[in-house]
Design a protein. Structure first.
Length: 177
């Protein structure tokens, strides 16, 4: 049996990364070629549908640095690559920032704008390069959502720490082909 060889022309496929896999990943600063710490939390911009900030805990265990998405080069399957950790730190969050830590996203109740229960979020798939959320993955799904089991970020109307409100799904007319 012949094993195919990887060449520089071979396209690299992007494997969706689950947001719950990111905490605990080492963070490598490509500017100085060193490990900067470990991801302690991921903050999501639920309205924008992407990762907003990574909280990085340093080796001393005390210092937590907040690295904005603009400095994140790539979320690898085992490592997070960032452009520069020395020059950037957002400091404490502002009161008006609507970013959600992972622990408030996992288990978040989802409801349609019509008041129908959809289920709850158990994870999210993110693009490893753009940091965009591809889909919020559901569990305890009810109604028409059972088949899909996912919500696209464009379907999110509003979000709070208690509830995500989504558009009603488009129902197909049974008379149409």
């Amino acid at each position: 049996m012949r094993v195919p060889q990887l060449t520089s022309e071979a396209p690299l496929t992007c494997i969706p990364l689950r947001i719950t896999q990111v905490p605990g990943m080492p963070v490598v600063d490509t500017h100085v070629a060193r490990q900067a710490g470990i991801v302690s939390d991921v903050l999501l911009d639920m309205q924008g549908g992407r990762i907003a900030v990574l909280n990085v805990k340093h080796a001393d265990g005390w210092l937590v640095q907040r690295i904005p998405a603009d400095y994140i080069y790539r979320l690898g399957p085992h490592t997070v690559l960032v452009a520069d950790t020395v020059a950037v730190d957002l400091g404490p969050p502002r009161a008006d920032q609507r970013w959600f830590p992972i622990e408030s996203v996992v288990g978040l109740q989802v409801m349609t704008e019509g008041g129908d229960d959809v289920g709850e979020i158990h994870d999210a798939e993110v693009d490893d390069k753009t940091l965009a959320v591809r889909a919020y993955l559901l569990r305890k799904v009810s109604g028409i959502w059972r088949r899909r089991r996912r919500i696209h970020p464009d379907e999110v109307l509003a979000c709070s720490p208690e509830l995500m409100l989504v558009r009603e799904p488009q129902r197909r007319d049974p008379r149409s082909p």
